[in-house]
Design a protein around this ligand. Structure first.
Ligand code: MN
Length: 436
């Protein structure tokens, strides 16, 4: 940790110092934004309090020097791939310079105030152009609960404890928070039927996940050792892997998820750098009675600080709740520190065969469920496979998502003696199925 993590730091921008603000001066996450409804070019921004610091404007002001100035110049583009590719030294230099310039008493306050835009007056795009998207399956609690529903006699397949299971997802349907999409149509085999039918999904679900943006890539044919894996990670976001469980259950064997998942994936606009997450690292350990990771997935740094303590929540508000002005309802709360595999282990395993990761690639952590049933990160778990409807405060019931339902993911980190930092949110609303 360094001076940018000091919990005593205060910004000259008042709202950044509010106790439950997601974006205090200790966070400084990155997004791509422009003024809402404008034809401006998207460009990089940093969240501070209730504002976005426009990095294109900062770059033009000439208040930064050296590597920090080069990093800010890379953030004048619509996608942050080039900035992410510069690696940790560049993002750290920019963070250090911005932390100094944004803190109370800085001589740059007057000039930087001209580069602020209110967050409620902007729109975002996905922070990077995502070339490839891989979704992992790193929560043993989720894997066991889902496996029990799909394969009651054999819930957790033996490979789970030995390698980070994943599948290659679809990059083209990744959208930033606020994306509303029609209920997908697909092939479904209804219970008791001999032949499938083409129908709008009846089992639409969300998945509460952490997203990982890759920074520096690795050459095809090379692999990333575990000790270097974090050098290839730019930062983390929230990710909702929308899933149509009836389409998924009919199609998933033998080659894995396909149309049940590739119709939409939502991410939060803000990417929290690994550096900002440094105060929230935790030891990672495999219980002694469990298989220990193979040597390429084991290391001292992973044991000391491999876990990241992120609190995660899912909130739901239905069309009826919004019409009545009723607040959204929290469906569950889980923690990323419970993950069976760390972010580094996912990166190292992904590249062990020589597969090349590229700047801006996105990894999903897999649904994060805690050990308790109420900590489940998906509706299929919360409703026991659709057999136990949830009763909402509005009196409505849910097994799976209905048209008009809006799902919001939230995340934050807090620890005694540290400044709390947040991830903002990732929302999406289910629209009626498109007419055939
Ligand atoms: Mn998933």
């Amino acid at each position: 940790m360094n001076a940018t993590h000091d919990p005593q730091l205060r910004s000259w921008l008042g709202p950044a110092n509010a106790p439950l603000c997601d974006f205090p001066i200790q966070n400084l996450p990155f997004a791509s934004f422009r003024r809402a409804g404008s034809r401006e070019a998207f460009r990089g921004g940093v969240a501070l309090g209730d504002a976005v610091l426009d990095l294109a404007a900062v770059s033009a002001l000439g208040v930064l020097e050296g590597l920090a100035a080069q990093a800010a110049a890379a953030c004048t583009q619509a996608s942050l791939n080039a900035f992410m590719a510069m690696g940790h030294a560049a993002s750290a230099a920019l963070r250090e310079a911005l932390s100094a310039a944004l803190r109370a008493g800085s001589a740059h306050e007057a000039r930087l105030r001209t580069a602020l835009v209110a967050q409620d007056a902007v729109e975002y795009r996905v922070a990077a152009d995502v070339g490839d998207y891989t979704d992992f399956y790193a929560s043993i609690h989720h894997a066991t609960a889902i496996g029990r529903l799909f394969r009651p006699d054999n819930p957790l397949l033996p490979n789970f404890k030995w390698l980070p299971i994943g599948y290659h997802g679809r990059a083209s349907s990744i959208r930033v928070s606020g994306f509303d999409f029609p209920r997908p149509v697909g092939q479904v085999l209804l219970a008791g039927e001999k032949a499938p039918q083409l129908t709008p999904t009846r089992r639409l679900d969300y998945e509460l996940e952490v997203g990982v943006f890759i920074g520096r890539g690795n050459a095809l044919g090379s692999s990333v050792p575990l000790a270097e894996a974090e050098q290839h990670v730019f930062g983390l976001c929230l990710l909702n892997d929308w899933s149509a469980r009836d389409i998924q259950s009919w199609e998933y064997q033998p080659l894995g998820p396909f149309l049940g998942k590739n119709f939409a994936t939502s991410v939060s606009p803000w990417v929290i750098t690994l550096e900002a997450l440094a105060p929230f690292r935790r030891p990672w350990a495999r219980p002694p009675e469990e298989p220990q990771p193979l040597a390429y997935l084991a290391g001292a740094a992973t044991q000391l600080t491999g876990a990241i303590d992120i609190q995660l929540e899912v909130w739901l508000d239905t069309a009826r709740m919004r019409a009545r002005g009723a607040p959204a309802q929290r469906l569950s709360h889980a923690g990323f520190r419970d993950a069976w595999w760390t972010v580094s282990q996912m990166v190292t395993h992904h590249t062990v065969n020589g597969c090349n990761l590229q700047p801006g690639d996105l990894l999903g952590s897999g649904t994060q469920s805690g050990p308790l049933p109420a900590q489940a990160g998906s509706l299929i778990e919360l409703s026991a496979g659709g057999t136990q409807p949830l009763t909402l405060a509005s009196g409505e019931t849910r097994t799976f998502l209905e048209d008009g339902d809006r799902v919001t993911l939230r995340g934050w980190c807090e620890r005694e003696g540290c400044a709390r930092i947040g991830f903002g949110e990732a929302t999406g609303t289910v629209l009626p199925a498109a007419k055939a």
